[in-house]
Design a binder for this molecule. Structure first.
Ligand code: MCN
Ligand code: MOS
Length: 765
């Protein structure tokens, strides 16, 4: 820290505390940019060997022969594993069945192939180069069977999802009676999670126990899956993930390649490193599935919604289930008297799709918010006015009040910052030379989940504090906000507080998924810090050698890392001195946010299974974050290229624990939304199910040059019905609605309605 900065912090007293609500820099930021943060596969290990995965080249059938003889004879090769080599991996419970594995698939347990790019062999060698060279010589023969590549294949067998059948009123009748109706079919392609850090791990089996360095959004879940895969007791598994270079959902459940690393390490008695190549990540795990939504909206002549009818599907794997709940926003966004929605799963020959930032909410708002735009034009109404006219004052599905809904404020603040009032109603009227200009908007939301967790804080002999939790920081800011939480309660400068995360030896935490972790862990740490505070005061007044001995507890105060009496500003005692007077090496507090009647089993389950995730409507209020997104696009008349020129997002995520980090989450998510709208889409060969653009050169994500002027506005206020400290969901909210706002802006520019993502230039011509 520079001299001047230190002096300024001292001069401004509480600036050094940096409690909740402060725009504190990322605590791990310097480590990351200096290369000092150690990622899973960078962990130094003696005697490490390297594994390379071989993937199938057919979408459906059976392996009849694998010729791995020459690979086995190559220099440095330690083993080649196939379905014939007896590497046993047991199935583990998946998220879809309340567990924590991303996929039901366990590799190398049989000759069957269900998708192109399935793991079918593993080569382990002394060096990575040797393993790669050997893997390249493996020859596989298949008996190929007919595959179902596209959900529209007449042989596909859609399965209805009863849990997602939502209905109130008589929507069909209302549709027939309404004066204005619109209908459309809205589709999204396969989209892929492409965090910068590849999926890879180091597995180290020794003496009947395993340690796994694994980039993870949830070490607790990963540990329980590894125990199931290996058929060992959960106490024999430790998973570490102090740093994760992004996941966007794909590291929420541990993926099957990690089972291979664990099993190979056990078989060889050596630590094994296995990293999927970027290409292999497209089929080693799934991103967002293809979705299709047919929507019908009906309104009266005033623009009051009368009915929404919604039919949707998402593709899933043939032997597995990934549910993308396409109606999650459709059912709650607007006040509508008649509603009907049905969702189906369509099994195809693909790796099981998975979570990708706002699974469900993202496609749901894509379709709904474009359809609302279409309805606005049909009614000759401003799209924002239409939304305000149908504002839902309470949750129309659950029929309970919102915990808070500052969506009206988001509309207003966003519209004002954008200059929405200047927008001409007619499409195709704004232009600059050969550029057609368009303005579009959309709303978004994301639920607040309330899963419990635990935390610990330790005061060390030297007066430093350590906050401990197994929860993850995947680039979001967990390290930073947990230090801020403890800093606030204990009145200690946040840089005197270290935070340890991402290790199953630390207190239990649920998945950093569903944008829930910040609320849960700040609450757990807050409670723990209060407990530690009480313990410090008790020690100060109860230790004979303490200058505060004999004082009343309520007269003692914590200030700037010291304890003192209210009445005597000069009477201070540092934490380190307190420990010394009390003859203690350290002092530790534990607390949790489980309900008081939670059993040991409940506590364990929360950290091992997904069945304990608590829905947004528990507790009598419906808790969601809300957003309004406004976009300006320019569409080139000659080339059909669409550029986003500016984007304004206004967000209600309740109270922000660190506005700087929350804003950067919203911005990052809006960037991803721009990629989704204009660039991203898996190209799948309909003959063989191969992903044709499985590389970062061919699968385009938004880069700096695609990103315009961005403005984010916070309209949230503390919401203590939603969470203990008043915050709501942040991480996924920012992507929701962005693609719809861009499509709506494209229509406003050109009069051309694009209902099929991404909005590429050939669709514009
Ligand atoms: N925050 C805040 N105030 C709140 C809530 C959150 O200031 N009321 C800030 C904090 O800095 C917190 C961050 O926002 O660390 C995210 O908090 P939260 O919304 O609780 O999300 P999680 O911590 O559960 O993180 C997971 C979430 C998800 S589900 C995806 S997907 C996603 C996302 O975070 N993936 C990401 N953001 C990501 N950001 C990065 N860099 N990389 C990913 O893979
Ligand atoms: Mo986020 S897709 O819920 O990990």
């Amino acid at each position: 820290m520079s001299e001047t900065l230190t002096q300024r912090n001292i001069a401004h007293g509480e600036a050094t505390i940096q409690g909740l609500g402060t725009r504190r820099e990322r605590a791990d930021g310097q480590l990351k940019v200096q290369g000092l943060a150690r990622y899973a596969v960078d962990h130094p290990m003696e005697n490490l060997c390297h594994a390379v995965v071989v993937q199938s080249s057919i979408p459906e059938g059976e392996i009849t022969h694998i010729d791995s003889e020459s690979a086995r004879r190559m220099p440095g090769v330690l083993a080649v594993y196939t379905h014939e080599s007896g590497l046993t991996i047991h199935p583990a419970a998946t998220f879809a069945s309340g567990g924590a594995a991303a996929q039901a698939f366990v590799p190398l347990q049989g000759p069957g192939v269900r998708w192109n790019g399935q793991h079918v062999a593993l080569v382990v060698a002394e060096t990575l180069e040797q393993a790669k060279a050997a893997a390249a010589t493996i020859q596989i023969e298949y008996e190929v069977r007919p595959a179902i590549i596209h959900p529209d294949d007449p042989l596909a067998q859609p399965r209805p999802v009863d849990d997602l059948a939502i209905e109130w009123g008589d929507a069909q009748q209302a549709l027939r009676d309404a004066s204005v109706t619109v209908s459309g079919v809205y589709t999204t392609p396969r989209e892929y999670n492409l965090p910068i850090e590849l999926h890879g791990c180091i597995a180290d089996w020794r003496d009947g126990a395993i340690t796994l360095w694994e980039p993870s959004q949830w070490v607790g879940g990963a540990r329980s899956v590894v125990a199931q895969w290996m058929g060992i007791d959960i106490d024999k598994v430790r998973v570490l993930s102090p740093f994760t270079g992004g996941g966007f959902g794909s590291k929420g459940g541990i993926q099957p390649h990690s089972a291979l690393a664990c099993a190979a390490s056990r078989a060889l008695g050596r630590p094994v490193k296995l990293v999927l190549t970027r290409g292999q990540t497209f089929t080693g795990f799934g991103g967002r599935p293809r979705t299709r939504q047919a929507l019908q909206l009906a309104a009266d002549s005033e623009g009051k919604l009368q009915a929404i009818v919604h039919e949707s599907w998402n593709e899933t794997a043939r032997d597995d289930t990934h549910l993308e709940p396409c109606n999650s926003v459709t059912a709650i966004m607007y006040a509508v008297p008649h509603f009907r929605s049905r969702h189906q799963l369509v099994p195809v020959n693909t790796v099981n799709p998975g979570w990708m930032r706002a699974p469900g909410e993202n496609p749901s708002s894509w379709a709904l918010e474009v359809a609302m735009d279409e309805l606005a034009y049909a009614l000759k109404l401003d799209p924002l006015a239409l939304r305000l006219r149908n504002y839902a004052g309470q949750d129309p599905q659950a029929n309970i009040p919102w915990s808070s809904r500052r969506l009206r404020e988001a509309y207003q603040a966003g519209a004002q910052a954008f200059g929405w009032a200047q927008r001409p109603l007619e499409p195709g009227t704004l232009r600059e030379g050969r550029q057609r200009i368009g303005w579009g908007m959309a709303s978004g939301s994301y639920p607040v989940r309330r899963t419990p967790g635990e935390a610990a804080i330790r005061l060390n002999q030297d007066g430093t504090l350590e906050v401990r939790s197994s929860g993850a920081d995947i680039g979001t800011g967990t390290y930073t906000i947990l230090a801020q939480t403890a800093a606030e309660v204990l009145s200690v400068a946040s840089d005197r507080i270290s935070v340890s995360l991402g290790d199953t030896d630390l207190p239990r935490a649920p998945v950093a998924g569903g944008s829930q972790l910040a609320n849960l862990l700040t609450a757990a740490v807050y409670k723990t810090a209060l407990k530690l505070r009480e313990a410090l005061i008790a020690l100060a007044v109860g230790s004979a050698d303490s200058p505060l001995f004999g004082a009343r507890r309520e007269d003692v105060l914590l200030e700037q890392g010291q304890l003192r009496l209210f009445s005597q500003p000069g009477s201070s005692l540092s934490f380190a001195d307190l420990l010394r007077c009390a003859g203690r090496d350290s002092l530790e507090a534990h607390a949790d946010t489980f309900p008081p009647d939670a059993t040991q089993q409940d506590r364990e389950a929360a950290d091992r299974t997904s069945s304990k995730m608590i829905p947004p409507t528990s507790g009598g209020y419906s808790a969601h974050s809300w957003s309004a997104v406004f976009v300006e696009v320019a569409v080139d008349e000659d080339f059909g290229t669409v550029r986003v020129r500016r984007i304004v997002g206004a967000f209600d995520s309740g109270r922000l624990y660190n506005p700087k980090l929350a804003e950067s989450q919203w911005i990052g998510a809006m960037v991803m939304g721009i990629g989704q709208a204009l660039l991203e889409g898996g190209e799948i060969d309909d003959d063989n199910g191969r992903i044709l653009n499985a590389s970062l050169a061919d699968y385009l994500v938004a880069v700096n040059a695609d990103i315009p002027d961005m403005t984010v506005i916070n309209v949230g206020e503390p919401d203590y019905q939603a969470s203990a400290l008043g915050g709501k969901a942040v991480g996924e909210l920012g992507i929701v609605g962005v693609a719809a706002a861009i499509s709506n802006a494209v229509f406003h520019a050109t009069g051309k309605r694009i209902r099929d993502l991404p909005i590429t230039l050939e669709k514009m011509l």
